[in-house]
Structures are given as structure tokens and as C-alpha cells.
Write a protein that binds this ligand. Structure first.
Ligand SMILES: [Zn+2]
Length: 507
């Protein structure tokens, strides 16, 4: 039997750690009683982890399949594969041939069930990191955009591109075309009125013979795209808040949101669910003057979002907890069904006992189980569980406790000010100027509070010496990631007749 040390260095990444260094790391986790075993090294220099068609890797697998290997050691998990599917398949093959698998950096060992579970969760996120490599491209954009360059893309209606020089770099800026700008203002103003639907707006534009300059016709889709574009708005602190609350990363400093400049949204939108996830999107202020006032622009966004929620509600029937929820009374699974649309135009989903709906043998839990509520609760529970996991392999240092506590106190003070400010605002009696000031103050307080939270997170992550910060990864997980992690980590969620929730963990 042999112990295999496997190293891979990719072609595309010049500065990545060398195979020799990787092997040194691998050697460091060989146990004393294994020193007498035969050590074989396999190296793939200049291969990507995107697939398993690598010479060294295939040779290694041949030995594995001949049952000649007791253990495989790598520097990091992603040396084996960057694809979750490949990785899981390889792990299963290792298992079938009784091969232990050890990574020197992620400090785990598949010989324990615990280790096996960790690998699975890690790989969910490893895949996530790969897809977010695409974001590096947007980061390059971000640097450009801080300086107010037009970020490219199709030239928006209402503007012409004129050459300009910013910071000694020749670029282009947007200049409003007066005639088209008037039309845009008109479109926003009409749509902002109550009872004007996109369809109605289109009819008005056609009947008034208001055409785009290039002669093509309007469609509701075109108008909708135009209405959503922040390039037209005079971006002020309300616009900052609007995008901030949607999770968009705002590149330009808040002090620049003076109600003058237009903005551009760029990056990838994920449209997997009803709530478009904007967390990969960035907003930057450009150098041109906006066309539409922020209150009118925001009114239009609220209308568009309301429409969207209603028309898309049908697809909003699934939950990332699907298949995991069991009715305690009858033992059948509970599935999501859609409920009524509330005043805000949101459709509520709830979990329904299939023993009740399909088999008619159960009465189900007494109260409705709203999917969003249960998801939020389980989300928090998983967060705690993952934070715990991180702690298991690590040594905690107490050094940061005092500092963390201090920051927590500061947060309490801010929360108090926020509440006072809110109470005063709600009590009324503010004129517009004061209200504006209070709003700005509230935004600043919120920002301060979030900064403090971030600092606490940073201090906390310093407490542990594991490489992977599960809880941080969990926070950035999208629907599919959440679902994958829930599949691994949760065995069942049992709902009793009196609506109490019991989670049975796999870990
Ligand atoms: Zn039931």
C-alpha cells in the first residue's frame, strides 16, 4: 500500500504556489506511524482544475483502482478538482477503494464521518468561489468607474457619447440630447401617476406620436428597461438608499450623491428567483447631469417592482428547504404552496402538509407555516451551526473579546440614537429641510452601525485559524448554495401540530 502526494499547478495562474511547495505541505501531514510506508508523488504542472484529464491525476487514479493506495494527500481541496461534481465522484471512488483523503490546508480527514460532511459543505462553497472568479472582471471595471468613466454597453436612449479626458485618460462621457431628454422626463412623469400602467403609457406615447429619434417603435419592454435605468436619475441619498437596500455595492462615496449626477449599474444580475439578487451588481456615479428627479424615478421603481411581483408570483413556489420538512402528525413531507397576494403585492408562500392535501389523513399543524418565516429561522440556525463547525478545528484566542465587547457597546449606542431619531421623525412636526437632514443622519447612523458589525466580524475571524470561514460564506450563499448546504447539513425539519420546529442535523 502506498501514500500518494498529489500536486497541481495551473497554467492560467502564474503566481500560484509551486508544486514543490505543495508537496512540502503534504509531507507535513504524514503521521509518524506512516513514515515507513511507500510514498509516491504525482504532479500535474500546467493543468487547470476544470476537468480531470490530467496525466498525473489519471495515473494516480489507476493505482487507486488497483487498491494499491491507502491515502491521498493534497495541499488544498481544489488541487483535485474545481468542479463539485467531479470532486464528489472522485471522493466516492476513493471511498469505494478505502482510500483516505487528507488536505493539508483545510485540516480535515475523510476517515471520520464528520470530515466527510465538511468536505461536502466545503465543495459547495469551492464551486461558489469559482463562479465568483468571473467577478474579478467586474473588479477591474470598478477601478475604472471610480473615476466616472462611462462603463460601456449600449448607448442609452437620450444621450450621445462625446469624447472627453478624465485624469489624463481619453474616454467618453454621456451628454443628454435635449429633445430626447424631454421625452424621457415625460415618460417618467406619466408613469409615476397612479393608474397608468405600462400598457397605458405605451398607448399614450403612440397616440401622441412620441417616437424615439431613431424611428423605431416603443414597446412595453423597451419602456420598462428605460424606466429602470439609473442613468436618467439625479442621484441623491434616496437613490443611494434604494440601491443599498437592494444589496448593490455602491462604488462612489455617499457624499457624491448630491442629486446632480446620473448613475450606472453594472455587473451580473442573477435572475433565479423572484427577488433579483443584486449582490453582484455595482453602482457608480457618472459625470453627466441626470434628467429625472429622484422622487419621480423612485415612484416608477416601486410601481415596476409591484408589477413584477404579481406577474412572476407563479414561479415563486419553491423553497430551498424543499423535501426536508416533515409533518410530525402524519410523517408526510410538507411542500410549499402559494398563498394570497398581500397589499404590498407580495405573494406569501406557506408549507402545507401533503398528508392533509393529498391523502386527507391529517389535519396538519394548527397555524399556517409561512415559508419565509421558517426559511429565515433555519437560515439563522445554519449560520450558528456553521460558526460552530469553524470553531471545532481551531484554537480560540481570548485576546479580541474586550475589543469586540467595546464595539458591541458602540452599536448599542447607535441603535439608541437611531430609535430616538425614528421616534422624533414619526412624531412629525419636521419641515422638509429638517426631514432631509434627519434622513441623512439616519443613513449615516446605519452606515456606522454596519461598519461596526463588519469590524466585529473581522475580529471574530481572527480568533480562529481555519482557512475557511463557513459563516462568512454562508452569508453570501445564493438560493442554490443554500439548498445544497441544507441538503448536506440537515436531515429533517419536523413541524409538530402545535407549530413547534425541531431540526435534526446530520452533523
Ligand atoms: Zn400531516
Amino acid at each position: 500500500m502506498a501514500i500518494i502526494l498529489y500536486a497541481r499547478k495551473s497554467v492560467e495562474r502564474e503566481n500560484s504556489i509551486s508544486c514543490e511547495t505543495q508537496l512540502e505541505y503534504c509531507k507535513s501531514v504524514i503521521k509518524p506511524d506512516e513514515r515507513n510506508e511507500k510514498i509516491i508523488t504525482f504532479i500535474d504542472n500546467g493543468f487547470s482544475g476544470g476537468n480531470v484529464n490530467r496525466e498525473g491525476f489519471q495515473k494516480m487514479m489507476k493505482l487507486v483502482r488497483k487498491d494499491k493506495v491507502s491515502k491521498v494527500i493534497v495541499y488544498k481541496l481544489d488541487r483535485i478538482s474545481r468542479s463539485l461534481l467531479d470532486f464528489v465522484n472522485i471522493l466516492q471512488e476513493f471511498k469505494a477503494h478505502k482510500v483516505e483523503f487528507v488536505s493539508s490546508q483545510e485540516s480535515f480527514d475523510t476517515s471520520s464521518p464528520y470530515g466527510e460532511l465538511i468536505v461536502k459543505i466545503l465543495m459547495v462553497f469551492a464551486e461558489f468561489e469559482r463562479t465568483s472568479a468571473i467577478n474579478r472582471v467586474t473588479q477591474a471595471y470598478a477601478h475604472r468607474s471610480e473615476m466616472g468613466f462611462y462603463m460601456g454597453g449600449r448607448q442609452p436612449y437620450g444621450f450621445e457619447l462625446v469624447p472627453t479626458v478624465i485624469h489624463n485618460i481619453k474616454t467618453k462621457k454621456l451628454n443628454p440630447i435635449p429633445f430626447e431628454a424631454d421625452q424621457i422626463r415625460y415618460i417618467f412623469e406619466v408613469y409615476a401617476q397612479e393608474n397608468v400602467s405600462l400598457r397605458r403609457l405605451l398607448d399614450i406615447l403612440i397616440s401622441e406620436n412620441k417616437k424615439p429619434l431613431n424611428g423605431s417603435d416603443w414597446s412595453t419592454a423597451k419602456i420598462s428597461t428605460l424606466l429602470k435605468n439609473p442613468i436618467y436619475v439625479k442621484a441623491d441619498s434616496d437613490i443611494y438608499d434604494y440601491y443599498d437596500s437592494h444589496g448593490v455595492q455602491i462604488v462612489t462615496d455617499i457624499s457624491m450623491f448630491t442629486g446632480e449626477y446620473g448613475a450606472q449599474l453594472y455587473g451580473r444580475t442573477k435572475h433565479k428567483s423572484d427577488n433579483p439578487d443584486w449582490s453582484d451588481m455595482k453602482l457608480v456615479l457618472l459625470t453627466h447631469t441626470g434628467i429625472v428627479d429622484s422622487d419621480i424615478w423612485l415612484k416608477c421603481q416601486r410601481k415596476l417592482e409591484k408589477n413584477k411581483r404579481i406577474t412572476n408570483s407563479y414561479s415563486n413556489q419553491t423553497s430551498w428547504l424543499a423535501g426536508k420538512i416533515i409533518c410530525e402528525k402524519c410523517g408526510y413531507t410538507m411542500t410549499t404552496i402559494k398563498g394570497k397576494i398581500n397589499k404590498e403585492g407580495e405573494m406569501r408562500r406557506y408549507f402545507n402538509c401533503t398528508g392533509k392535501s393529498h391523502k386527507k389523513i391529517c389535519t396538519g399543524p394548527k397555524l399556517s407555516i409561512y415559508a419565509k418565516d421558517l426559511e429565515d429561522m433555519i437560515y439563522d440556525c445554519i449560520f450558528e451551526k456553521l460558526s460552530e463547525l469553524k470553531g471545532r478545528n481551531s484554537i480560540k484566542t481570548k485576546g479580541n473579546t474586550a475589543e469586540i465587547n467595546d464595539l458591541k457597546l458602540k452599536i448599542k449606542v447607535i441603535e439608541k440614537s437611531e430609535k430616538q431619531l425614528m421616534d422624533t421623525m414619526l412624531a412629525g412636526g419636521f419641515n422638509n429641510d429638517l426631514l432631509n437632514f434627519a434622513n441623512q443622519k439616519a443613513t449615516q447612523l446605519k452606515k456606522d452601525r454596519l461598519d461596526l458589525y463588519e469590524r466585529i466580524e473581522k475580529l471574530k475571524s481572527k480568533e480562529t485559524d481555519t482557512i475557511v470561514n463557513f459563516s462568512k460564506l454562508w452569508k453570501t450563499a445564493d438560493y442554490n448554495r443554500k439548498k445544497a448546504v441544507a441538503m448536506i447539513i440537515i436531515h429533517k425539519i419536523i413541524i409538530s401540530e402545535d407549530n413547534s420546529v425541531k431540526i435534526i442535523w446530520n452533523i
